[in-house]
Design a protein around this ligand. Structure first.
Ligand code: T5A
Ligand code: NA
Length: 216
């Protein structure tokens, strides 16, 4: 970026994760946030998981669109592998000062798979050692309200009964570092709240907060 402030250019980027049920508004907010941070002169990229562009990502995509069937544990491990194949690039970007805004991460992995009945500790295990986010923004919406938004498509998990279980699974993952934002507010209000959360987070990273690993 073009800033001459040394403390800023020397500091690492922040790892910011957006989570929530299907249709909670993550993708809309991710792009708004990226534009906002770019406007402030930050180096920032928008990422998403699953990353459907890789070989593993294509297997996941075909599973989600019901073109293929996979054992629950097999697909869980593919979602995790999809994050592992991006881990070193993620670390390089962060260390070189780029902030990453990530639409879904390990918490989706655990919430969706444990909603199928898999043991939560088993679900967390393959995520251990991935980079821990600096902040997790959870866009909270009831499964009923989410289902009203533009209607669910044909993807595998876009069903009301399943989303109710996913919401319960997410509740078990919340900790003090999560920021819960009401996803039923107008888009602009949510955007404003997320900006505040993220600017606070960037300050702690600039002050030298080090990168850590899941599961912490
Ligand atoms: N999954 C994912 C796993 O099982 N394991 C894993 O490890 C991972 C990473 C991926 C699926 O895979 C599962 C989770 C998912 O089921 P995806 O491609 O990430 O799917 O799709 P979703 O995240 O479900 O994307 P959606 O497009 O459904 O939801 P978003 O991104 O949350 O919502 P967005 O921004 O596209 O908005 C949805 C609609 O709501 C409107 C928007 O205009 C849009 O029409 N909207 C609002 N309306 C009113 N008020 C607001 N504040 C609004 N904000 C947005
Ligand atoms: Na999305």
């Amino acid at each position: 970026n073009h800033h001459s402030n040394n403390s800023k250019s020397d500091s690492r980027g922040a790892l910011i994760v957006l989570e929530g049920l299907d249709r909670c508004g993550k993708t809309s907010q991710t792009s708004r946030l990226v534009s906002f941070l770019e406007g402030l002169g930050h180096s920032v990229e928008s990422w998403r998981f699953p990353d459907r562009t890789t070989g593993v990502g294509q297997m996941i995509s075909s599973y989600l669109s019901n073109e293929s069937q996979l054992d629950d544990r097999a697909i869980h491990l593919l979602f995790s592998a999809n994050r592992w194949e991006k881990r070193s690039l993620m670390e390089d970007k962060l260390r070189s000062g780029t902030t990453l805004i990530v639409d879904r991460y390990s918490y989706s992995g655990v919430a969706f798979s444990s909603a199928k009945g898999l043991d939560i500790e088993w679900c967390k295990a393959p995520e251990i050692g991935l980079l821990a986010p600096d902040v997790v923004v959870y866009l909270e919406i009831s499964p009923e309200k989410a289902a009203e938004r533009g209607g669910y498509g044909a993807e595998r998990y876009e069903k009301l009964e399943f989303q109710k279980k996913v919401a319960q699974s997410y509740n078990m993952l919340f900790d003090a570092s999560w920021k819960i934002v009401d996803a039923t507010l107008p888009i602009e209000d949510i955007e404003k709240r997320i900006r505040e959360i993220v600017l606070d987070c960037l300050i702690t990273c600039q002050k030298g907060k080090s990168l850590s690993q899941l599961w912490s």
